[in-house]
Design a protein around this ligand. Structure first.
Ligand code: UD1
Length: 414
């Protein structure tokens, strides 16, 4: 079923366990394709993007055992069969290119899909690979990448910061003899997590403030690794608790990954305590409006912008949200206006005028994080909110209905 209904308004009160990070689990899975031995991965989130990736992997010959943890072995991957239907479903399939190129010297895949949040070009991925000596052609929506013998080490300075392209280049460089240096790279915790994972398997990647240094090794070996907590899932529940004037403890999480977001929530009036693996948040009054501007890590993450919008909609005062990462990450705005929000888009900004109440109605989720934003809106709106096309949410949030029920939200699939 592709619709949910939420009866509001309700406060989120209770304790939940945060899942493993989607944006770490995905590159870590693709990085595992470089290895011919068993790899055990702990804290894999049970979400649709991982399910699609594992389905893709099983089609290309990866052996997968899944119980509480995941064990995968990529020794017998096939050369030439990459099902378009699965490739087109997730943006992460771009990370097939480097491992397959290294194993077989040639790779041809369909241009990947992903959330519709504006143009999502792949030029930076290809720029990096070309700098390492790969020959690239784009034909009929296919990317064809070839190398003669081996990739060649180099120093690459990205013209623009990209999470995905930084990862493509790290994966491509691990086995290149000599020293490869990457500059102007993305510093997201999920990238550091992937680097730590690869180093556990024998890679020699040194991460510094201004560069990543990769000293090529002959091969990687098997191992066990635990994925970091999902900072975006954590942030989503914390924002829901601020907007609903709730009280929450998120366990199995890491406050260090959310410093900028926690500061913004404190500015809105939340009382926050953090410990080794938990964040406790209490909000007893209407939030104050807070300006936010999305930028690469360590600044405010674009993946929490749609959720923070609902906070500013119901806050005291006016605010401006500036979206600097994706040119069209505003799918939530039109839907929130249907619920009574006083907001408008001006170029890459959302101008918000805080109001006291919003009202349940039928709204349409168009991508993963706008679906999360509409769910928070449904929790605090007066009456029933029906969210259509809710399937997007399962791409990135494990057991979201169950977790919201624990927090006291009246939510139903229809
Ligand atoms: C990753 C995350 C996504 C997050 C985003 C930014 C995963 C699976 N997805 O997406 O959740 O919102 O980082 O933190 O980890 N760009 C180009 N050319 C390229 C690549 C990117 O112009 O070749 C542009 C994009 O259009 C965008 C910006 O660079 O405007 C940043 O994108 P990027 O950091 O690459 O995001 P993703 O890796 O797609």
């Amino acid at each position: 079923m592709n619709k949910i209904q939420i009866l509001g308004p309700s406060k989120t009160i209770g304790e939940i366990k945060i899942s493993g990070s989607k944006n770490s689990a995905l590159p870590i899975l693709f990085a595992s394709l470089l290895v011919n031995e068993d790899i055990k991965i702990k804290n894999i989130p049970n979400i649709k993007d991982i399910y699609i990736t594992l389905k893709l992997f099983s089609k290309i010959g990866v052996k997968i055992k899944k119980n509480k943890n995941l064990i995968i072995n990529s020794k017998n991957i096939k050369k030439n069969y990459f099902p378009n239907k699965l490739i087109k479903k997730i943006r992460a399939s771009i990370w097939l290119i480097s491992p397959i190129l290294i194993k077989f010297k040639k790779v041809k895949i369909h241009i990947p899909g992903g959330c519709k949040i504006g143009e999502r070009p792949i030029n930076l991925h290809l720029y990096g690979l070309e700098k390492l000596g790969a020959k690239i052609k784009l034909k009929d929506n296919y990317i064809i990448v070839k190398i003669k013998k081996k990739l060649i080490s180099n120093t690459i300075t990205f013209p623009q910061i990209s999470v995905g392209a930084t990862l493509t280049l790290i994966l491509a460089s691990i086995l290149i003899p000599g020293l490869t240096i990457i500059k102007n790279f993305a510093k997201e915790p999920e990238i550091i997590d992937t680097i730590n994972f690869l180093n556990t398997l024998g890679a020699k990647i040194l991460y510094k403030k201004d560069k990543i240094k990769i000293l090529g090794v002959k091969k990687l070996h098997g191992g066990t690794y635990k994925i970091i907590p999902d900072r975006i899932e954590t942030g989503t529940y914390l924002i829901a608790s601020v907007v609903s004037k709730g009280k929450i403890i998120c366990y199995n999480t890491d406050a260090n990954l959310l410093k900028n977001v926690l500061n913004k929530l404190k500015l809105s009036g939340a009382i926050i305590k953090t410990g080794n693996d938990f964040i406790k948040l209490k909000m007893s009054k209407r939030p104050k409006a807070v300006n936010i501007e999305t930028l690469p890590y360590p600044y405010f993450p674009t993946d929490l912008q749609p959720q923070f919008t609902i906070l500013n909609i119901l806050a005291k005062g006016k605010s401006i949200i500036t979206e600097n990462i994706f040119q069209n990450r505003f799918n939530h705005v039109k839907e929130l206006i249907k619920m009574g929000a006083k907001i408008k888009i001006q170029n890459n900004k959302i101008i918000c005028k805080g109001i006291n109440k919003i009202f349940g109605t039928e709204v349409n989720a168009k991508d993963l994080r706008s679906a999360a934003s509409l769910i928070i809106a449904g929790c605090v709106a007066q009456g029933i909110t029906t969210i259509k096309n809710i399937n997007h949410i399962y791409r990135g949030y494990e057991d979201i209905e169950k977790k919201l029920c624990i927090l006291g939200i009246k939510i139903n699939k229809i």
